[in-house]
Design a protein around this ligand. Structure first.
Ligand code: SF4
Length: 346
């Protein structure tokens, strides 16, 4: 359990992200974490590079309903302080956090408070000896590195563990997780590390995680993007939905656009998709550019719009033609109709 959220076994696969507001800045970190929470993020990770930066933990805990993971490196005292301040989970690297007695102290306090620890290695932080041992087999080195960390914690009597073996390469990530999943029953945190910018990162992550999740490997995911953290949640949820691993939410259908397009489909679809991310009820919204395929798709959706030319479009609600609306009011009308439908479904 990470706070009130289960990871592993038959629990639903969770989607995580990480704030990137300046360390220790309560206002900015909280704002970002709340935005992630509202976008259906299940677990939020925050980096704490200093003891001082952990001072915001109690306030974050007070304001957020989702659990918080403290990402800590090099200094065991920061981990101990984060535990003391009520953090829900730790992400540490036992290889860089200190001496065996430091790890033991962290494990003891975490165990006493039932705080899980996520460990593991990524392709950029492999120990030198493993790189030498497996010069042409990064996945094997990642597996061994992760198991080494597991043993360090197990030797202290700690087994509330989540493992990650991320690589910046899609192929290596897939292979490393296959290997570690065959070697242990601990829950796995999936991700492609340093995946890249919004589009390339989302594609690389989708390929790697899609293959692993379809094979039943993985318990929690983070899509690491060089982008607004909200985009990580957007991508993560969509990957799970695509595989039928997450139910509910608003599915936005949009036509690919062509010369017939009578409204700005891209802008409307993107804006609507961002604004409905936090909705849990299942619903389909179609945004179509013209009357060729538009009315058909729009009728099949719960709510739909088909551009009719001249900056106007036909609104469909539950398969029925509702009214003609202007392009400049389409986003607000769609949101209003979605809310109306939600109140009926509630
Ligand atoms: Fe083109 Fe219309 Fe099809 Fe959109 S719905 S791709 S605008 S034909």
């Amino acid at each position: 359990m990470v706070g009130n959220v289960p990871i592993g076994g038959d629990s639903p696969i969770t989607v995580q992200s990480m704030t990137n507001a300046p360390a220790g800045d309560l206002e900015k970190t909280l704002k970002q974490a709340l935005e992630l929470q509202n976008a259906s993020c299940d677990i939020v990770r925050v980096g704490f590079p200093s003891i001082e930066s952990t001072a915001i933990i109690p306030n974050l805990k007070k304001e957020l309903s989702i659990p918080i993971v403290a990402d800590i490196h090099f200094n065991p005292k920061i981990a101990l302080r984060a535990i003391e301040l009520g953090i829900d989970k730790l992400r540490i690297n036992p290889g860089n956090i200190g001496k065996p007695e430091d790890i033991k102290a962290i494990a003891k306090e975490a165990k006493a408070r039932r705080i899980p620890i996520r460990i593991g290695v990524n392709s950029g932080s492999l120990p030198e000896d493993l790189e030498k041992l497996y010069p042409n087999n990064i996945p094997m080195a990642l597996r061994e590195g992760a198991l080494r960390h597991v043993r360090i914690l197990e030797d202290t009597g700690f087994d509330d563990i989540v493992i990650a073996t991320k690589s910046a390469s899609v192929i290596e990530t897939i292979e490393a997780y296959r290997l570690i999943s065959g070697a242990t029953d601990y829950p796995l945190h999936l991700g492609v590390t340093e995946a890249g910018t919004l589009q390339t990162g989302a594609i690389r992550s989708s390929v790697a995680l899609g293959i692993l999740l379809a094979d039943g490997i993985g318990d929690t995911i983070r899509i690491s993007l060089c982008a607004d953290p909200i985009e990580e949640i957007r991508a993560g949820i969509e990957i799970l939905r695509s595989l039928g691993l997450r139910k509910g939410g608003v599915r936005v259908i949009a036509c690919p656009t062509c010369a017939r397009m009578g409204i700005d489909v891209q802008k409307i679809a993107n804006e609507v998709e961002m604004r409905v991310m936090g909705i849990k009820k299942e619903m389909t919204v179609a945004i179509m550019g013209c009357v060729v395929n538009g009315p058909g798709e729009a009728k099949h959706a719960d709510i739909g719009i088909a551009g009719s030319g001249d900056g106007k479009g036909i609104l469909f609600v539950k398969g029925e033609k509702n009214r003609i609306i202007n392009e400049n009011e389409m986003i607000s009308v769609l949101i209003m109709e979605i809310e109306n439908l939600l109140s009926i479904l509630a």
